[in-house]
Design a binder for this molecule. Sequence first.
Ligand code: 6R9
Length: 653
Amino acid sequence: MHEHRSHPVPAEWAARALINAERYAQMYAQSVADPDSFWAKEMHRLDWMRVPTQIKDTSFAADDFRIKWFADGTLNLAANCLDRHLDTLGDEVAILWEPDHPDTPSRTVTYRELHEATCRFTNLLKAKGVKRGDRVTIYLPMVPEAAVAMLACARIGAVHSIVFAGFSPDALAGRIADCASTVVITADEGLRGGKKVPLKANVDAACAKVRVDTVIMLRHTGADVPFVEGRDVDWATAIAAQSADCAAEEMGAEDPLFILYTSGSTGKPKGVLHTTGGYGVWASMTHQYTFDYQPNPDGSRPVYWCAADIGWVTGHSYVVYGPLMNGGITLMFEGVPNYPDFSRFWQVVDKYQVEIFYAAPTALRALMREGDEWVTRTSRKSLRLLGSVGEPINPEAWEWYYNVVGGGRCPIADTWWQTETGGHMITPLAGAHALKPGSASFPLFGVQPQLVDPANGHVLEGATEGALVITDSWPGQMRTVYGDHARFIQTYFTQYPGKYFTGDGCRRDEDGYYWITGRIDDVINVSGHRMGTAEIESALVEHDKVAEAAVVGMPHDIKGQGIYAYVTTMDGVEDTDDLRRELIAWVRKEIGPIATPDVLQFAPSLPKTRSGKIMRRILRKIAENDVGNLGDISTLADPSVVDDLLKNSPHAK
Ligand code: 6R9
């Protein structure tokens, strides 16, 4: 089962990349042995108003817990994204915007234009009474104004909380209430795959449940929407009346920058809180090194495209903050991969000559399922580097991404990280590491991963598999759960005292490569054999009739846990009993008898969150036939998927 293919570092990457193997080894060793000197150097990637003298001041020990980075330094991240580039890049592109439909005009925003729009918008926020420390909720589609809203908050020292523009009014209201933000920034409507998303109507519905004093609304589609006098503000009219002059607030390095809600295995969503200095250094450094973001030999800046939504942490760090701090060109895409057709991603790549492309495996698998022709009819010659994020990328999808999308020329950065970590943690660097398909490979500077035995917390050495913990702090680490510091400690630092627990399982191979196996709660134990659900899923997806698979445990009288597999077949494949038997036999053959699925249910669609994560909690409940209380399904991209699953479950028959 273990993946043995390996792709060596291409010679031109070793020669030109910011980080080659030798540099990686030297820098990593220093980052761990002497973090103060390492970060005292790295921090100069940012412009500080007061340069820090205190660098690392952290401890995960229960009786001495603190996470502080660059604590006596002051800076402003909006100024780092904008002002400091004006002299050199003022009239150069900051944001390329590609709309939902290719016939809609696209937009180009220069650093000077982005700076001016941000200053005006900041003055508008001030006029509405927003001060440093206040929370501001952003509920916007993927338009340049989303970056303006984020940067305006950062400029004033207000804390933004972005709520994904696909979340329901209830989810929005809950997040507004949790951080008591009285200002909401939205648009009349969003557009995704030709469908209109009623953002303003959703905000109005949320406002009926929670107190909101001001709603600033961008006219995007021009839809006729209700306007509440005294509360609602029209974006364009209001900023026209504001001055384009606005000094950036001097923020402490440990002042909050943003809150982002994320779901855990239990309870209501947590408000993950990130601060200014450490997050800034981390987002900038990881964007630069992971994507080797540097000028091309001809002096031009590479066009970089992260296809994530700003409602997700990936959009925060790698659509907005990272690339802008680094003076990059960031492409913002409003649409979806399959509209108007399955070539959309690759057409956009060709249109803008994208060199660096970063997306989630779920999107790739969905496209892979439609066949190569949609890809191969486009050029993609501009591509140099590919990235993957959000879930384990099974070797099958990896090879497709590498060979079909990248034409066998482009290394893949499989970046493991979390909302909580602020930025990349474990990823191969194209100039330094041979690639193993499906492995997130090696830790970035300052990241100290460790594998521990989930049963007793004992440290596991060498080639092994266990729970992934991080033993020491890194600058981009979240600082608290907003309003609930006890929950922060409880969730991340009590399981394995003195260590940050990621919630993920991980394998380390004989070459020291890390392989994330999925959330630890997705590990199933069959007759005493521990198995990553990802392993079985990967085997299923390797079958040529299977597009996607999700595997969960189910109670089993004899084995303890049995294996329940949900399978989405390729387009045009008939879901027959014969195929079911064939797939079960296939897994048995691929992994061994121990991995034979006990139940295999065909599922035309899997229940996924907006960011593409399979909601395994629901699959587990159906597998356990405990369907009375499926819990909150409001964050699903398409809640109706659940009804289909219930109807077709063997328990229903
Ligand atoms: C950035 C992001 C975090 C969880 C994480 C893990 C999974 C993310 C991964 C990956 C394997 C990768 N995950 N990247 N698993 N390989 N390259 O996704 O943040 O939404 O908070 O999710 O996603 O399980 O713990 P977030």
